[in-house]
Design a protein around this ligand. Structure first.
Ligand code: 13P
Length: 232
């Protein structure tokens, strides 16, 4: 069971440091825990969480080790900081920053080859679900990925992200089972996971953890979700 907190574009260095100090002291139950701060707070998070089992992941990474790629960050740069892994292909990157299945595949491949762990995100938009295209979209997004022991998938229905509209546990289970039928890897659920709904979602047989956005920004709610995962 893996519970990952995606901070998105929240928390600078000072806030990240105090969050990570509090997280060290929190009761997280018996689950694997990862935090994904913005780039500028990665070094601080690695330092403050040193000596714990809590992993620090980035939110994106480029596939080249270095080069003329303004605004990008490489695997080697993340490794140098002591970062353990990275998210790739989050729907916000696909929606707002022109990320495509092809660039997702290159980023995933590069990160795995560099020895990082990867959470690769897939998920349909509301329009795609309403048009009955969910399985086709998931098949297309998953088809560019290959099995790897350092790779997990996050199923994040875009209509459930930051909206408070969580997928029902049954709907999440159905999508996870479908993703696993395409690629036999652990699948995290993401989209408005909160302490109140985490236990039901995480109890589903094919839900192997959660990728938490808003509710991961507060230590108490993030820890409560971790403990819910620990009981499932
Ligand atoms: P919320 O938990 O804020 O809906 O965000 C989910 C998400 O996008 C995690 O990557």
């Amino acid at each position: 069971m893996l519970i990952a907190g995606n901070w998105k574009m929240f928390k600078g260095v000072a806030e990240a440091a105090s969050f990570c100090h509090e997280l060290r002291e929190a009761d997280l139950g018996d689950v694997d825990v990862v935090v994904c701060p913005p780039y500028t707070a990665l070094a601080t998070a690695v330092q403050v969480l040193a000596g714990t089992d809590i992993g620090v992941f980035a939110q994106n990474v480029h596939w080249e080790d270095e080069g003329a790629f303004t605004g990008e960050v490489s695997n080697a740069m993340l490794r140098e900081l002591g970062v353990y892994g990275t998210i790739v292909g989050h729907s916000e990157r696909r929606q707002y920053f022109c990320e495509t299945d092809e660039t997702v595949a290159r980023r995933v491949e590069g990160a795995l080859a560099a020895g990082l762990h990867v959470i690769a995100c897939v998920g349909e938009t509301e329009a795609e679900r309403e048009a009955g295209e969910t399985e086709a979209v998931l098949r297309r997004q998953v088809s560019v990925l290959e099995p790897d022991e350092s790779l997990v998938i996050a199923y994040e229905p875009v209509w459930a992200i930051g909206t408070g509209r969580t997928a029902t546990p049954e709907l999440a289970q159905e999508a996870h089972a479908f993703v696993k039928s395409l690629l036999d890897l652990p699948v995290l659920y993401g989209g408005s996971v909160k302490p109140e709904n985490a236990a039901d979602l995480l109890a589903q047989p094919d839900v192997d953890g959660a990728l938490v956005g808003g509710a991961s920004l507060d230590v108490d709610s993030f820890a409560a979700i971790c403990r819910a995962g620990s009981r499932s």
